[in-house]
Design a protein around this ligand. Structure first.
Ligand SMILES: Cc1ncc(COP(=O)(O)O)c(C=O)c1O
Length: 378
């Protein structure tokens, strides 16, 4: 029986970080300073420097980062936020949670990211923000989406939950996912490329006024304790998360390179099997402007659900991100969307499967995965 290949192996990552992480945690515990404070500020400064944004504001999760970003833009009742129907639930629920209405446009069939033409058609008079998602670690077409937003006078909120460290070539130079539009949101959920020891999130912006509002909104809407000009949230980043994430941030680019290298090796080996030419599987497509960091290595495949079972039977980790498009979620029935509204997103939900691509994944393990697909289709 061959050894299982997990979808993600955080223990392998932790093996290389054990000593500094335990020491940093020990220091926080000795200080007994747990919520926000100097350690969170230091990590925020590091993320600002890394992304090139002027401000970074830590909060309790990536979902909260999106909610805080929309609230800071004063988006609420009667407004629409346009996002991708092929994403994690939070990309749409954040709009709902601030009292606005999530609306959708179809995706590009190759990249799984929002299709700018479809976005243009979906914008209405009530649309108050565009929220592209940089799905699986590859930036959406920000040049076209940004130009569209500018022509309509709309802010761009980047859902960069899966893409901290991804780059994108703009006409003005290479930019970091999350720091391309006006405001960007990250998640530090453990499975993200920069994952903490629990939930955590961050918003970045170079707009001073927005940053100030974000800092206020995450602490119940007051600059000064017990004085509340706004109704905010309790959504703060913990010092324990900040010190762990600060250590990990130093490795992020190397890890992202490791993922990209593994993705390239899969591509090569899958090409050699002939499966892509036969149309059994379709490899991930890289956009020329984007530097994909492969938070997920996602194929389109024939007989997806049977393949999943076959892989699971061999102890190979895999997952389907995402089986149901957001416009067809039960809770959004009231939005009035129907099956067939976004055919490319719906098709993707039926065909995608994500395979292990984490940086510590060995060649031998990748061979096991590739062989398993070959055995299934032969
Ligand atoms: C695209 C996307 N948006 C938002 C989120 C929400 O982040 P979190 O789980 O930290 O709340 C996630 C993470 O799962 C995500 O993948």
């Amino acid at each position: 029986m061959q050894k299982p290949v997990p979808l993600l192996d955080l223990k392998a990552q932790f093996d290389g970080l054990r000593e500094p992480v335990y020491e940093a945690i020990r220091e926080v515990v000795e200080s007994q300073g747990f919520v926000l404070g100097p350690r969170v500020e230091a990590f925020e400064a590091d993320v600002a420097a890394y992304t090139g944004a002027k401000h970074a504001i830590g909060c309790a999760s990536g979902s909260d980062a999106l909610i805080l970003a929309l609230a800071a833009l004063e988006i609420g009742e009667g407004d629409q936020v346009l996002t991708s129907p092929f994403s994690f639930f939070a990309s749409a629920s954040c709009a709902y949670r601030v009292g606005a209405r999530p609306i959708f446009a179809d995706i590009d069939a190759e990249t799984f990211n929002l299709d700018p033409e479809s976005v243009e058609q979906a914008i209405t008079d009530r649309t108050k923000a565009l929220m592209p998602v940089h799905l699986f670690g590859q930036c959406a077409e920000m040049e076209s989406i940004g130009a569209l937003a500018e022509s309509k006078g709309l802010p761009v909120v980047e859902d960069a939950a899966q893409a901290l460290g991804a780059r994108y070539e703009t006409d003005g130079g290479l930019r970091m996912a999350g720091a391309i539009g006006g405001i960007g949101c990250y998640s530090f959920f453990p499975s993200k490329n920069l994952g903490g020891f629990g939930d955590g999130g961050m918003v970045v912006t170079s707009d001073d006024a927005l940053a100030e509002r974000l800092r206020i909104l995450r602490v119940h809407g007051g600059r000064q304790m017990y004085h509340h000009p706004f109704v905010g949230w309790n959504s703060r980043l913990d010092a324990l998360q900040a010190v762990v994430l600060q250590i990990k941030l130093k490795h992020l680019d190397a890890w992202s390179e490791g993922r990209a290298k593994n993705a390239a090796r899969y591509d090569r080996w899958f090409e050699e099997t002939g499966l892509p030419t036969e149309g059994k599987i379709k490899l991930p497509v890289r956009m020329p402007r984007a530097r994909h960091i492969f938070n997920q290595y996602t194929l389109r495949v024939e007989q997806r659900d049977a393949l999943r079972e076959h892989l699971a039977g061999r102890g190979i980790g895999q997952s389907v991100y995402y089986p149901v498009p957001l416009h067809l979620q039960e809770c959004f029935a009231e939005l009035g969307y129907r099956e067939g509204d976004f055919p490319r997103a719906e098709q993707a939900c039926k065909e995608v499967i994500s395979l292990p691509v984490y940086p510590e994944l060995g060649e031998e393990q990748q061979r096991v995965v590739v062989d398993a697909l070959v055995d299934f289709y032969r």
